[in-house]
Design a binder for this molecule. Structure first.
Ligand SMILES: [Zn+2]
Length: 79
């Protein structure tokens, strides 16, 4: 039996896999719990599975570059 690594969020098929009951459901069937739109970029959405009421927050993959510590760029303090 081959157990391939699965993505929780399938962006192509627009489905989300519940990590508890392992049912794939359409994204729109998942209710995201109270996220302030002001801070949505900084928050991880929490999804609730309709089947088993499991709450889970998928870890963000491929985090966009925010601070990539480029040296020798910007603040060069010389005396
Ligand atoms: Zn579930």
């Amino acid at each position: 039996m081959e157990h391939s690594p699965r993505e929780l969020i399938d962006t192509e098929r627009r489905t989300i896999l519940c990590p508890r009951c392992e049912e794939e459901q359409p994204m729109r069937d998942f209710a995201t719990l109270g996220m302030s739109p002001l801070y949505a970029e900084m928050l991880t959405p929490i999804f609730r599975c309709k089947q088993c009421n499991h709450l889970f927050a998928p870890r963000q993959q491929a985090v966009p570059v925010m601070s990539n510590g480029v040296s020798g760029n910007g603040n060069v303090t010389g005396t």
